[in-house]
Design a protein. Sequence first.
Length: 351
Amino acid sequence: MKFFVDADTGDSISGWVVLDNPSATPSFIVQIPGRAETRFDANVVRPDIRDVGMSATDRVGFNLNVEHVADLPELADVTILEAGRGLPIYRRFTSEDKIEKRFYLFDAAVIPQQHIYEAIEKRFALAYRSCERYGLETIISLLTNPTSESMFAAGKLGHRYDYFLTQKNFIRAALLREPHEDLAERLLLLSLAVKTRKESVIQQYFPQGEQLLDFVRDLSLDNPRQLRAAFGDLPERQRDALLSPVTRTLACDFGEPPREMHIATALDNLATLDLVGTREHFGLFKDLLSEIAGVDLLGDCEISAFGQVRELAETLKKISAVADLIHEDLALYALVTNAIEEGRQNVEQNQ
């Protein structure tokens, strides 16, 4: 999907959207706090978009005006979404809390910390979670959207997007997690999806998840002996789906499995970011992010930990086959943790 917002004149907001299917006509949702949603189809003919080959139809433009929302000129908070995906493409957001900056958070967790995301999102006009779920053109359109300098994006974007993030002056941060805990959460999510017969939702959490449904279907996650046997006899396809997901994202090309040589590449790519932290050092991460952003984004937020995740993680730490699966992520995490500890000790010694 590609889109552009031409203007917000107060009494109208206009632009265009080209969907992944270039023959399709886009529809839109208008969200205003405290009101029911308003829906409308593309209502402006844009032959210029069709003539340059971006769309097979010229009905891709939109003009939201007082005919749709009578008091549009007076509203301080209006969001326009592409209806098919519910993807925000523009938001008029006038608030004293709004930050005119762009912030990207690399977060490899399959289940984000909801309260942390909400604390950040309320300070930005536009917010996008799990950006990796969208196609290449859609992600680029989101990141390079010139009509909003107040934007928060989060997810597991690969290094190929670094160019767009740096070109648009994003504050770029990464919050890493102990790899055994990350794997434990993935397994618990898969197990829950199987038990509740909601396997179809797995794809939205992590792309390789569907390949692992059979792996967890008859697996008792609280049985160490069964876990050890299962990980020791993983089929190649399922093994590949579990290999060091953070290193894979940060250093590997599409379809390439993570290897030892990718650890240094992943570390180098992390080193280009404005801030790299871990959940174990979340307090330090919060303080440094506040300094970089010039505002306290996270307030009194703390990491929420589920006992079941930690218990399973402790079991996984005792299985050598698991260590082989996530070897690169374990090495990367150790390097980052050591660097954070050394940096903190140096600061304390110089105080």
